[in-house]
Design a protein around this ligand. Structure first.
Ligand SMILES: *Cc1c(COP(=O)(O)O)cnc(C)c1O
Length: 860
């Protein structure tokens, strides 16, 4: 693979890997005048209101060719963003120069999703210039909050996995780790969700409509990526050896777009590099000469479809060819970029993994393992085993699920066609691995077939997780329970083969900058007033000191006030989005996350129906004394092809319509479906819960991160013993969380009992089913499949097994919420003990145990 000719530069000024003499020679090649000008150039960074205003106006006038008279919120947003990006770029340049000159080890985080949300507010917070911006914008006649909300979300992800990647790059910058993210610049992010007659309707999210002030297009970085074609064996001219050569049949270009990622309380700015697919200049002359000009052009345009859309599945493998193309396109461009940077250092290959660590966020980038091996063996002529040693020292793999339907398995045929040479390499990797296993465990054919990369099914499949494990030196799960589960279930054969040391845990976390300071400015200010400033935002364990104020009446009053204000803000959002009025004095019970049967929103809404029926069955005069007034809020997107998830959304909306308009119920129960859940909505929702729900079937939610967001903002949680709920319980104490339900270790047996027809549905749940059958919430046909799944199809997610204890936990909440004095104490204790769940801690753990990298804080 060769780089297409970049525009010729006058002077080559990449100084890494050069001797002082070579550097001097380059210096001497630059005209004296140019050197003088460069030396005089001082960084023009704004530090005052006047300077920032001048910069903003500069951008309005020149970058956008507008004036004072036609500068609207959008132009103001763009001009402010450009001004801040200018500042970021100056820091970015210095950071990258420092890392390059010091030849430090870098971590490259490969993720097919980065669910970034909005950038402006976050940049102002991380640079600690929000007051300055506020004043500057205010004097120019705009309102900063309005300008912030003008920005569309960068929705380049589905849910938790993509948001984790976004939190991680924030923490890498904050911790001064030299780290880059590599991903795809989708033209269409995750779809926007509209609700029409209670049904989800998807509309495309063309987030780049007004351009994107936060990106730096790097049109000079264009990396060719090939697909299809054939493999031939040729004689290497230098060595005389026979080597494999892949002749691709279709070529597209990967163009780099860089997004500077600022850290908090540091000038370190890392890079998120996203690739966009572009056609090459190469032209189908055959077609052209046949006079079919437009067809030969449209062939070229097909290239751009590779980065056109994010696949909207969360925790589900769909097996589409274009998706595999996306994966290889991204992996090939990223590795080419990484290798090119390494070659500039002129270091020997043996030092590759001393300078480079690559983390695979799930199996999506697993082809990187194969691509690096191909580069080293086919293009650089290294011995297979020397190359393989480098590869395995470089990669680490993060597993995100144990659910079979989410594990990637690509049909071998697809590979054979799209990436013929890579399939050969996969076979060679697998052969050597199986020989190694057989030597260690002779006569265990079953073991060989279980761990093989090739699933000998018909048709045959490539098991990406097996390949990722074999190609990495470390494999981690994302919460303690999950990491234990992968070792004892899906990967237990690999534990036997490689030993337990290869498998580790890094419990997920969230960035407190976005999920506390940005989402909840009032709470973070209240905390700062007790903790002596905002240092806690990058040292989250300091929150522990909040426990000194558990008996401070004034503080507790303020704490409650902040929660009330946040609930008012959410109530206003709900009113705008749905027209429903909710009372912020009442308990807010929230479940927002992707809609998935394993996350059990169906159990939530069945619980709501049960409560509704019970209130109705209570004599009117007793209702107000018997039932705590409650607002049940559910939100989240369903994958467009996920039938059951869409039925759940329809049911929530149907229940909402009936309950909210029932005059017998009034404020005792309100039900809300918040449409189009995304990061910027999460920032309003998470600070506003009294209770949030994390109620997955035990053993199915790898970690969860919204559980952390809610607790960090002073909400308590109702949850199952699953994912990071376990560690949250350990940190905040059992008294401060409402746990219920069966344990992961019992799930297999319960499923079996269901299959054998030995489990009865509890009366409570049956009463809910009867109300659905009666047509209380519209035609039963609509919901029959949800009920049948539980009644007749084995209740795979064990709703009937956990329903009673779920209702029990809800009852406990009702009783405890009445005692606000006690509730606020629990809330403070929860926040005080959330230090562990900062993604800064995650990155420290990855750096120490997997990447072997160190922070670099010196400045050039
Ligand atoms: C945090 C977050 C998620 C992940 O939520 P879980 O409840 O952990 O699944 C999904 N979507 C958005 C927009 C988020 O901010």
């Amino acid at each position: 693979m060769s780089e297409t000719a970049a525009p010729k530069r006058l002077h080559k000024r990449s100084l890494t890997g050069l001797t002082p003499t070579e550097i001097k020679a380059i210096d001497n090649s630059i005209p004296i005048k140019a050197r003088e000008i460069w030396a005089k150039y001082s960084v023009k960074e704004f530090t005052t209101v006047d300077e920032l205003q001048e910069k903003i106006i500069d951008h309005v006038e020149t970058t956008f060719a507008r004036s004072m008279y036609n500068c609207d919120d959008l132009a103001a947003y763009q001009a402010l963003s450009y001004s801040i990006k200018d500042k970021l770029i100056l820091h970015w340049n210095k950071t990258q120069q420092l890392h390059t000159l010091k030849e430090v080890k870098r971590i490259y985080y490969l993720s097919l999703e980065f669910l970034m949300g909005r950038a402006l507010d976050n940049a102002m917070i991380n640079l600690e210039i929000k007051d300055l911006c506020n004043k500057s914008i205010d004097e120019l006649g705009f309102n900063l909050e309005d300008i912030i909300t003008t920005e569309p979300d960068a929705g380049l992800g589905n849910g938790g996995l993509g948001r984790l990647a976004a939190c991680f790059i924030d923490s890498m910058s904050t911790g001064n780790y030299p780290g880059w993210g590599y991903g795809l610049r989708y033209n269409y992010g995750i779809f926007s969700q509209k609700i029409v007659d209670g049904y989800q309707v998807e509309t495309p999210d063309y987030w780049l409509k007004f351009g994107n002030p936060w990106e730096i297009p790097r049109y000079e970085i264009q990396i060719p990526v090939d697909f299809y074609g054939y493999v031939s064996t040729v004689k290497d001219e230098k060595t005389g050896n026979l080597v494999k050569q892949w002749q691709g049949g279709e070529r597209v270009l990967a163009v780099a777009f860089d997004f500077p990622v600022p850290g908090y309380d540091t000038t370190n700015v890392n890079n998120l590099r996203l690739w966009s697919a572009k056609p090459t200049n190469e032209f189908d002359f055959e077609k052209f000469n046949e006079g079919d000009y437009s067809n030969s052009v449209s062939q070229q345009q097909r290239a751009e479809s590779i980065t056109s859309v994010l696949y909207p599945n969360d925790n589900f493998y769909a097996g589409k060819e274009l998706r595999l193309k996306q994966q290889y396109f991204w992996v090939a461009a990223s590795l080419h970029d990484i290798v090119r940077r390494f070659l500039k250092t002129k270091k020997p290959w043996s030092e590759f993994s001393d300078l480079i660590a690559i983390q695979l966020n799930d199996t999506h980038p697993t082809m990187a393992v194969v691509e690096l091996q191909r580069i080293l063996v086919d293009l650089e002529g290294l011995d297979w085993s020397v190359a393989w040693d480098i590869v395995t020292k470089t990669f680490g793999y993060t597993n995100h699920t144990v659910m079979a339907e989410a594990l990637e398995k690509w049909p071998l045929e697809l590979f054979a066609n799209l990436l013929p040479r890579h399939l050969e390499i996969i076979y060679e990797i697998n052969l050597r691995f199986l020989q190694f296993v057989e030597k260690k465990f002779p006569n265990d054919r079953d073991l060989l077939s279980r761990v093989s990369v090739v699933e000998e099914s018909s048709p045959k499949n490539i098991r990406m997780a097996n390949l990722a494990i074999i190609g990495s030196h470390r494999v981690n799960g994302v919460a303690e329970l999950h990491s234990e589960l992968i070792k004892t279930t899906i990967f237990k054969d690999f534990v036997k083969i490689y030993g337990i040391e290869k498998f580790t845990n890094v419990t997920n976390g969230i960035t407190p900058r976005r999920w506390l300071k940005q989402a909840n400015p009032q709470l973070s200010e209240l905390i700062a007033s007790k903790l002596g400033g905002y240092e806690y935002l990058s040292k989250l364990n300091k929150l522990k000191e909040l426990e000194n104020y558990l008996d401070d009446a004034e503080f507790k009053k303020s704490w409650l006030e902040v929660k009330f204000n946040n609930k008012k803000k959410l109530a206003a959002l709900i009113k705008t989005l749905t027209g429903i009025e909710v009372n912020p004095n009442n308990l807010f019970d929230i479940q927002v996350k992707r809609i998935h049967e394993y996350k059990r929103q169906q159990m939530n809404i069945f619980g709501v129906i049960w409560r509704y029926l019970q209130i109705k069955a209570t004599p009117a005069a007793d209702r107000a004394n018997t039932w705590l007034p409650k607002v049940c809020i559910i939100g989240g997107k369903a994958a467009p092809g996920y039938y059951a998830a869409k039925k759940i959304i329809k049911l929530v909306n149907a229940v909402s319509t009936i309950v909210n308009s029932d005059p017998e119920i009034g404020d005792l129960l309100k039900v809300v479906f918040i449409p189009d859940y995304n990061v910027s909505k999460a920032e309003i929702i998470c600070p506003a819960s009294d209770i949030s729900e994390h109620i997955s079937t035990a053993g199915t939610e790898a970690s969860g991160t919204s559980n952390m967001k809610f607790v960090l903002n002073g909400g308590l949680i109702i949850g199952t013993v699953d994912g990071a709920n376990v560690e949250i319980t350990r940190e905040v104490g059992e008294d401060n969380i409402f746990l219920f339900g069966n344990l992961a270790e019992d799930v297999e047996e319960l499923r079996h009992e269901h299959q054998m027809g030995r489990i009865a549905i509890p009366d409570s749940l049956n009463s809910v089913f009867e109300s659905l059958e009666s047509g209380l919430f519209g035609p039963y046909d609509e919901y029959k499949s949800l009920v049948d799944n539980i009644k007749y199809h084995g209740d795979h997610y064990l709703v009937s097994d956990d329903f009673e204890s779920y209702l029990e936990a809800q009852k406990t909440i009702d009783l405890e919420f009445v005692d606000r004095e006690n509730w606020v104490k629990k809330s403070i204790i929860c926040v005080a003990n959330m230090g562990f769940f900062s993604s800064d801690r995650c990155i420290d753990e990855y750096a120490e145990n997997i990447w072997n990298i160190e922070p670099v804080s010196e400045r050039v």
